[in-house]
Design a protein around this ligand. Structure first.
Ligand code: ZN
Ligand code: ZN
Length: 562
């Protein structure tokens, strides 16, 4: 029985387009991992969707004088399109504004409520008499009670990273009109997170293999002591609290967003016409549930969400939370408010998707923050993708076209160097697989490139152009061997470079689809002797200096200095 794996990537928030920080943090590593597991033949489902509730969306809608629905419609379709063009293939990409998600979220809330794990509390909360509204989350700004920085938001201090409740802010002001709010009584519902400290600590102690950023961050929260958290808000955009007397209250976006993983899986099963199939994954203790996230989401995925799952009692808990660090841009912290960011749709106007996928994989912020540098991106494209991988393919196929009528040359007696290359294919396949099992995408990308390097070295050392004059059969054997390497590469490339992998498979005119091959069969792949090859094309184009200079200039021009 193949392993059951449910992979989620953090639901992107539908109040802006995707940028490279999103890709490096969650989506590229998740897609690389999922593509590898699909090639392995695992029983895997890859789930995502747009996170469409919460205050930042209503603030943007207020600003643009349109409805929140119009905001999320716009960014949902933009993000979906960007994912498609990047070759990030989810089994289902849903959205949290769907009635299905509302129903499931309300059901989970009610179940926790009935179990006594949600309690009601009346608190004094900021109310703006000018705007005539309560001021939850980002509707309010003030001084952080911990680090005393000004401009902290009502939900979180960006400076020290603390999760705040709006009434903790000092010197609070209404974000919309700037006036000093007053405090008014309002009723909210609190999730009894404090009761889950012990089970959460025990559960995390059983995960020694987890990344240190997740374990250390959680340990910090545990040592401070978990407190109950308000999971409702006074706004009108979101999922209505399903209780009598809760008119005008919605669920807090961080309560409903992770439930989106479940509702997107339910939607996937419905689309397959097997409406109960989602339970095979979510209600199955054998399932490996893997959440790919950026480090800013650790608290929700490693503490709050597992506590909700424990409280509910019928769902599986996360097995792995491979959280990545941040991606900086040209040496500075990525900032959407300052427009210091590289946007995916803008990138795709100028460059193909694969070089970006490769660069973000090979330079993944796995154990520390990484830096996206345009010059470095150019170098890795030109000196690795074009000069190593592309060149190996190009010169060997050109040689076969010229000297072997563009057909797979016959293989003769294998010499030790031929056997060594074939053995390298086998060991690289195993090594790349092992790295990906351990979520070491960066190392895996390096191992893929090393295999292409080994191919170039073999080609140089065995010099088939010399053998052609003295021993044509030997030359044929060398080219045959190098074609077998390329067939292997076309499959092994798929997690990182899916578009180029498909193009290479076509150029080899190999039967079937590259993505239908099996990972552990890769060392045994053989192109048949005499089989005609497909049409040769350039796999990776070099990126010239002006193109890169233009991107750097664009970034510096639009960035708001600050
Ligand atoms: Zn602070
Ligand atoms: Zn106001």
């Amino acid at each position: 029985m193949p392993e059951k794996i449910l992979v989620t990537a953090a639901l992107p928030y539908a109040n802006g387009p995707l940028h490279l920080g999103h890709l490096a943090g969650a989506y590229i590593p998740a897609d690389v991992y999922v593509r590898y597991q699909r090639l392995k033949g695992s029983d895997i489902v890859f789930i995502c969707g747009s996170d469409e509730h919460g205050v930042p969306i209503t603030i943007r809608a207020d600003k643009e004088k349109i409805t929140p629905q119009e905001i999320v419609d716009r960014y949902h379709s933009m993000m979906k399109d960007s994912f498609r063009r990047l070759g990030i293939v989810f089994d289902n990409y849903s959205r949290t504004s769907l009635p299905l998600h509302h129903k499931i979220s309300q059901g989970i809330f009610l179940k926790l409520y009935e179990k006594g794990l949600i309690r009601e509390q009346t608190i004094n909360q900021y109310f703006c008499t000018t705007c005539n509204r309560f001021l939850p989350d980002r509707y309010i700004e003030g001084e952080c009670p911990y680090c005393h920085r000004k401009g902290a938001r009502g939900d979180q201090c960006e400076s020290c990273g603390r999760w705040l409740e709006p009434d903790q802010l000092l010197e609070a002001r209404c974000k919309i009109c700037g006036s000093m709010p007053e405090k008014r009584a309002t009723t909210h519902w609190y999730f009894r997170l404090s009761e889950f400290q012990k089970p959460l600590e025990e559960w995390q102690a059983s995960k020694p293999q987890w990344k240190s950023n997740v374990r250390e961050f959680s340990a910090g929260w545990f040592s401070e002591g978990l407190t109950d958290r308000a999971i409702t808000r006074d706004i009108d955009w979101g999922i209505p609290v399903p209780l009598e007397g809760a008119t005008g209250k919605v669920l807090y976006v961080w309560f409903d967003a992770p439930i989106g993983y479940i509702s997107s899986t339910v939607e996937w099963a419905q689309k397959l016409n097997q409406p109960e199939r989602w339970r095979d994954y979510w209600c199955n203790p054998e399932t490996r549930l893997i959440h790919f996230i950026g480090k800013d989401n650790i608290v929700f995925h490693a503490i709050v969400w597992p506590a909700v799952l424990m409280a509910h009692g019928e769902f599986t808990l996360p097995s792995e939370i491979p959280a990545n660090e941040f991606l900086n841009i040209e040496g500075q912290k990525l900032s959407t408010s300052r427009n210091w960011a590289v946007w995916v749709d803008e990138y795709l106007q100028s460059f193909p998707p694969d070089p970006l996928r490769y660069y973000l994989a090979a330079n993944a912020p796995e154990n520390k923050d990484a830096d996206f540098v345009w010059k470095d991106f150019q170098t890795r494209n030109n000196s690795e993708l074009a000069d190593v991988l592309g060149n190996l393919v190009n010169r060997s196929l050109a040689f076969i076209e010229k000297n072997f009528k563009a057909k797979v040359p016959p293989v003769g007696e294998l010499l030790p160097e031929d056997r060594a290359l074939l053995a390298t294919i086998a060991s690289s396949t195993e090594r790349i697989g092992k790295s990906l099992e351990e979520f070491q995408v960066r190392r895996a990308a390096g191992e893929l490139m090393d295999l292409a390097r080994a191919g170039n070295k073999y080609f140089n050392d065995s010099a088939p152009w010399k053998a052609l004059k003295t021993n044509p059969a030997r030359s044929a054997t060398i080219l045959n061997t190098i074609l077998q390497l390329q067939a292997a590469l076309a499959v092994l490339m798929d997690p990182f470079l899916p578009f180029s992998a498909e193009a290479l498979w076509k150029m080899l005119n190999a039967p079937g689809k590259h993505s239908s091959q099996r990972w552990y069969e890769v060392p045994n792949l053989r192109l048949a002797e005499g089989q005609p090859l497909g049409t040769k094309e350039i796999l990776f184009h070099k990126i010239e200096d002006p193109a890169v200079q233009q991107e750097i200039a664009k970034l510096r021009k639009v960035a708001i200095s600050g």
